[in-house]
Design a protein around this ligand. Structure first.
Ligand SMILES: Cc1ncc(COP(=O)(O)O)c(C=O)c1O
Length: 367
């Protein structure tokens, strides 16, 4: 069997034809394809407005600016994420504050969030990590009680839901269309919101504060998506529901094959969660008693030798990154730090065959 990579973007003839058509049209930068993609994604996610951006990072950056977050403000988020989830607060001069996570779903612990709220807190950025939604009921209630912006980092959670509602229905939501995500535009991002005025601020912020060409009302950036990228997104979006269902079926199949395996703890789907399995992330138990990471590194190598690609998302929590240590962060977040030592993600993308799933599970069992 050939090597099974950790991720594999699904680009087919539809994407290729869509890109060729844009190239032939001569309209390459933000134009009709971007607007059509925004309308399609808004309809898909159930949000009234969608504003496409150049990346998930820029979606988060602009969302904070549009909510008026800035110097002196505190933004509570998770340290167990990609660094953009926290850096967006630094971009606008605000202070990221880290709350610990819940051990099963790896998502923000609402009780820890509540303990971290101060008079300076202005926003919460929960991350639907690996495609598993946060406890949006509790986090939304906290946001309402303390008058905080709720900015969902849905960069890994296209199509996920909580208690029957899509993610994004609870606040402002930011998506990434990076190449490994459940759907892609190569690079790209998007913000959804129910607030028309916020959407308008986002449109200005992404294009140099310019409502009309060469008229600039406010400070903005160039964080636009291109029509080439949007055409890929338009071709991908109709396939996303089937891809998410395939990821969920692959996850169920892997969990069934790994049931009872004593050296791993399998991923959970909490009641009320529609988990879209951007990653299938398990914990390796008892492999790393000295905390050096050598045990996990050996497992990664054994799986690679068996033809199975893996990912470690994320080996170093954000608060322990050199950037944050340099900023004076000394937090101790025990649940986050244990997760960072133990997690390992297996291939889960839609194109996996039954034979691939057997092979992956066999290799994990043999560890
Ligand atoms: C949780 C999370 N937040 C933010 C981002 C940033 O998205 P991008 O890489 O598109 O800038 C990513 C993706 O890489 C992510 O996984």
């Amino acid at each position: 069997m050939s090597f099974i990579p950790i991720s594999h973007p699904a680009i087919g003839p539809e994407e290729q034809a869509a890109v060729a058509a844009v190239l032939a049209s001569g309209q390459l930068a933000q134009g009709p394809q971007v607007h059509a993609f925004e309308a399609a994604f808004a309809a898909f996610s159930g949000a009234p407005h969608a504003v496409a951006t150049s990346s998930g990072t820029s979606a988060l950056h602009l969302a904070l600016l549009a909510h008026g977050i800035g110097p002196g403000d505190e933004v509570i988020t998770t340290s167990f994420s990609f660094i953009a989830s926290a850096n967006c607060a630094l971009f606008v001069g605000a202070k990221p504050v880290f709350a610990d996570i819940e051990p099963e779903a790896f998502t923000l612990d609402p009780a820890a969030v509540e303990r971290a709220i101060t008079p300076r807190t202005r926003a919460l950025i929960p991350v639907h990590l690996f495609g598993h939604p946060c406890d949006l009921t509790a986090l939304h209630a906290l946001a309402v009680k303390h008058n905080l912006a709720l900015i969902e980092d849905a960069c890994q959670a296209h199509g996920a839901g909580w208690q029957g509602r899509p993610v994004g229905a609870f606040g402002t939501a930011c998506y990434s269309f990076y190449a490994t995500k459940n759907m892609t535009t190569g690079e790209g991002g998007l913000v959804t919101t129910a607030d028309e005025a916020l959407a308008e601020r986002l449109r200005l912020l992404r294009a140099h504060g310019s409502p009309v060409r060469y008229q600039h009302e406010s400070l903005g950036y160039n964080q636009r998506l291109t029509d080439i990228q949007a055409a890929i997104g338009l071709a991908q979006l109709p396939k996303l529901p089937a891809w998410n269902a395939a990821r969920q079926a692959n996850a169920a199949a892997l969990s069934a094959r790994l049931a009872g395996c004593a050296h791993v703890r399998l991923p959970v789907v909490r009641p009320g969660a529609n988990h879209v399995f951007h990653q299938y992330t398990l914990r390796l138990l008892g492999r790393d008693p000295d905390g050096t990471g050598a045990g996990r590194a050996a497992a990664v190598e054994a799986l690679r030798a068996a033809g199975v690609g893996t990912g470690v998302f994320y080996p170093l929590p954000i608060h322990q990154q050199p950037l944050y240590r340099g900023l004076g962060y000394t937090d101790h977040l025990p649940v986050t730090e244990a997760a960072a030592r133990e997690v390992l993600s297996l291939p889960i993308y839609p194109g996996l065959t039954e034979a691939n799933l057997d092979h992956i599970a066999g290799a994990v069992r043999a560890l």
